[in-house]
Design a protein around this ligand. Structure first.
Ligand code: GLU
Length: 470
């Protein structure tokens, strides 16, 4: 066997905002790959942008990953804390002739920029300090350190998704690896951290593909093994444009607050850009058994909100009733100020089979549970109010004594009474059940009405009917 090394992946977000849905998917792919191969999934917070990195954003990343069920191994690495080590590597590159001090002034760089612009190409540093002796250094100027990138030949990134991506070395100019204030730059930090963390597989967005070329050169200059790369195409919106705010929810926490289940998100995100035959619905265990880098698609995937919603509905129907009740209560307590007691919780659990049939999100479960939270006298919605006219009210008034006479308050007992009553009245069951539903829930849709009445309990159910016929 060629390579028996333990597989180590990592997720390396910059904590400058919430955990983006694209980041969530990258993390999921890295997690799946590591777990599938009994490897490790590490987390590195790339907090070197001191202005934009914030503590709440770091917390949001932890929260988002935990909610998605993507636990990382070991301690979190903070990139900023590794600066001394990054500088040490820059010094080694200097010592081995792979890097040099550059004293080019801002004016000189402006000239290079203007020249590149005139020629219609990207800004390229022309290498003017590459081979100059230290004795040429101007007094009082703090130099940057540039990486001496090879001028000839090619750098090939063997990417598991994109295939072999070839960069002509002449196109990659000498990158600044340490700024004049002594701070290391992004590409150096990433290489050093990935090396020091023992990362074997870098799975990330394809906006980093060019960086992979530059980073490969740094690995080689240090004599380090270049990790395997898998650059995943970015996520686009339904209209084909790069996913942005205007498409709707962008952060993982927004999906949590919209009432999506983490297992539905995992299924949806795994399928977004990766495939296993025609399988659309698969469990996390199946994804763990199947996930590979070879079936990540090369073209951007489109985020399909309707598909996610349907998938979520599927997972809701499969989920345990108590868990759904607890998740709904926790969510609504947090975002909507719910303050409910144990009695409500048991009623919600009892009603869950009927409620979850129609719900695609926890928010819809909450809405379906409105009838349990409403206080008498119920405010009727428009349709329910329309349904309860004079005729239906007198129908309910005639039904009431029969229900009041019932001792055993169960769904099937209530159903027996209502059926017998409908027969006496020469009405179809629905003609009685609909106004009953309107009176008991204030709405025209609800879980099965006899279940609703049983769950509400005798006093509350009868009280609600009485309120409407009085
Ligand atoms: N911190 C980078 C980002 O948020 C990712 C770097 C990497 O994965 O190499 O885009």
């Amino acid at each position: 066997m060629a390579d028996q090394k333990q597989i180590i992946t990592r997720f390396a977000p910059s904590p400058t905002g919430f955990l983006h849905i694209g980041g969530g998917r990258t993390a999921l792919f890295s997690w799946l790959y590591a777990r599938r191969h009994n490897g490790k999934f590490l987390l590195r917070i790339e907090d070197t942008d001191r202005e934009r990195s914030t503590e709440p954003a770091i917390e949001a990343i932890f929260e988002g990953l935990r909610w998605l069920g993507l636990e990382w191994d070991g301690d979190v690495t903070y990139q900023f804390a590794q600066q001394a080590r990054h500088r040490e590597v820059a010094d080694q590159l200097m010592a081995t002739g792979h890097a040099y001090h550059c004293y080019a002034s801002p004016e000189e760089l402006d000239e290079m920029r203007a020249k590149a612009k005139a020629e219609g190409g990207p800004m390229k540093y022309d290498g003017r300090w590459r081979d100059r002796p230290a004795s040429d250094a101007p007094a009082g100027v703090k130099p940057v350190i540039r990486f001496k990138s090879p001028n000839e030949g090619e750098t090939v990134v063997r990417d598991h998704v994109m295939g072999d991506v070839t960069f002509a070395n002449a196109q990659l100019d000498d990158l600044i690896i340490v700024r004049s204030d002594g701070t290391p730059t992004y590409n150096l930090s990433v290489v050093v951290d990935d090396h020091d963390m023992g990362v074997t597989h870098i799975i990330r967005g394809d906006d980093h593909l060019t960086n992979a070329g530059r980073q490969s050169q740094i690995y080689k200059a240090m004599g380090w093994d270049v990790p395997e790369f898998a650059h995943v195409p970015l996520i686009h919106g339904p209209d084909g444009a790069k996913l942005s705010k205007r498409h709707g929810a962008l952060g993982v926490e927004a999906y949590r607050d919209l009432g999506y289940l983490p297992e539905a998100m995992r299924n949806y995100l795994a399928r977004l850009g990766w495939s296993h035959g025609d399988d659309e619905i698969f469990s996390t265990d199946q994804a763990l058994a199947w996930f590979d880098l070879e079936h990540i698609g090369r073209s951007p995937s489109r985020f399909d909100f309707a598909k996610l919603e349907n998938l979520n509905g599927h997972y809701i129907r499969e989920a345990d009733d108590t868990r759904l009740a607890d998740d709904t209560i926790a969510l609504m307590t947090r975002i909507d100020g719910w303050n409910v007691d144990a009695d409500f919780r048991s009623k919600l659990i009892a009603s869950m089979p009927g409620i979850k049939e129609r719900a695609k999100t926890l928010l819809e479960i909450a809405k379906g549970a409105d009838f349990l939270r409403s206080a008498r006298p119920l405010a009727l919605d428009e349709k329910a109010a329309k349904l309860l006219d004079g005729d239906t009210k007198s129908l309910l008034a005639r039904l009431l004594p029969r229900l009041e006479a019932r001792n055993e308050w169960t769904a099937s007992g209530i159903e027996d009474d209502v059926r017998a009553f409908a027969e006496e009245e020469g009405q179809k069951l629905g003609k009685i059940a609909q106004p009953l539903r309107a009176a008991a829930t204030g709405q025209t849709v609800s879980p099965p009405i006899f279940d609703v009445l049983a769950t509400l309990g005798r006093d509350e159910a009868l009280g609600r009917i009485r309120d409407q016929v009085a």
